[in-house]
Design a protein around this ligand. Structure first.
Ligand SMILES: Nc1ncnc2c1ncn2[C@@H]1O[C@H](COP(=O)(O)OP(=O)(O)OP(=O)(O)O)[C@@H](O)[C@H]1O
Length: 318
């Protein structure tokens, strides 16, 4: 994304408290127009609550948010926002196309006569549009929900874990639909637990924990280099001691060391100077999943009780 691209979504200090619990706690978030933004976080991190606030379904208790440059709450702007927060219940005896046409009756008029066909097309459902929904796979139903969200040609789409429950082929198809959507200029904010998919799909990623952003950036910038060094004993132990002076090193297998943040050339040079020669040095990026787990490690046993509304952070590690 270039400089000066319009922000499609912005949250500034956005907060939502339920009694003493801070579901979202001073969240800052910025999504440029036309991006696919991955919104990651462990269970209970505040993802759904954030999406519900952006949709005007619940009212924030603090902070501000804008969608398409318009300060929320903004009922008039909702027509330009599509969402799949919970899977809608379709009538299984209707066809996919008929389901969308029936639901089009509720709400404002469609932007053009071919809006239903276009939404089915964009979600890869054109060939099964006239089949009954009860014959659809889980993945097809989830894409039908996406088609429903796209029917009014929104400029921003909010999706809450849309790939949950899909098999690898379903996830791949869904990912292709989302990518095509963003390539046509629609902004997509997608919450997910499927790290590998997020890594492949998203232009940027934000990781939230306890209702706050803990890491943000391009997927490739959030991952770190790991050098995998294969050496035969007895050099292995000597190499571990040597490299451990400069890097975090761990034994991975009987002949392999894992060197965090290791640059292959530096590792090679250090070993060579000490007369040790590796059979192999391979530098890889550690997956986003690893980074996610590290960043959110304590989240599952962290209590989030806060004091009186307006108080500062009272987070206590459990
Ligand atoms: N209506 C509510 N009343 C009280 N607490 C709530 C309510 N909605 C959410 N919470 C709490 O707010 C926190 C954030 O919930 P939220 O559903 O936003 O998390 P999430 O990141 O979407 O989690 P998941 O990945 O499990 O869907 C949780 O601790 C949850 O229990």
């Amino acid at each position: 994304m270039g400089e000066g691209v319009m922000e499609a979504i912005r949250c500034s200090g956005l907060s939502k408290r339920y009694g003493g619990t801070a579901a979202v706690d001073g969240l800052d978030l910025s999504v440029s127009a036309g991006q696919v933004y991955g919104f990651l976080g462990p269970n209970g991190a505040g993802k759904t609550t954030t999406l519900r606030m952006l949709l005007g379904l619940i009212r924030p208790t603090g902070g501000r948010a804008w969608v398409n440059g318009r300060r929320l709450p903004d009922p008039d702007g909702l027509a330009r926002v599509g969402a799949v927060i919970e899977e809608p219940a379709f009538h299984s005896w209707m066809t996919g196309r008929r389901s969308l046409e029936a639901l089009a009756w509720c709400g404002p008029p469609l932007p053009h006569a071919a809006a239903v066909s276009s939404a089915l097309d964009r979600t890869g459902l054109a060939s099964v549009a006239d089949h009954k929904v009860k014959t659809y796979s889980q993945g097809m139903r989830q894409r039908l929900a996406l088609a429903l969200a796209l029917m009014r040609a929104p400029s921003v789409v909010l999706l809450d874990e849309p790939m949950n429950g899909l098999d690898p082929a379903g996830v791949r198809e869904f990912r292709i639909s989302l990518r095509a959507l963003a390539d046509s200029g629609t902004t997509v904010l997608v919450s997910s637990h499927q790290m590998a998919e997020v890594e492949q799909l998203c232009d940027r990623v934000g990781v939230i924990k306890n209702g706050r952003m803990v890491a943000e950036g391009r997927p490739q910038d959030l991952t770190t280099a790991v050098a995998r060094v294969v050496l035969a004993p007895p050099d292995l132990e000597a190499a571990r001691e040597l490299l451990a002076r400069y890097f975090t090193v761990s034994r991975e297998g009987p002949a392999t060391l894992l060197v965090q943040d290791g640059d292959g050339r530096a590792v090679n040079e250090m070993l060579g100077r000490s007369g040790m020669w590796a059979h192999q040095i391979r530098v890889e990026r550690s997956g986003l999943e690893h980074v996610f787990l590290e960043l959110t490690r304590e989240a599952s046993h962290t209590e989030r009780r806060t004091g009186v509304e307006g108080d500062g952070d009272a987070t206590a590690a459990g």
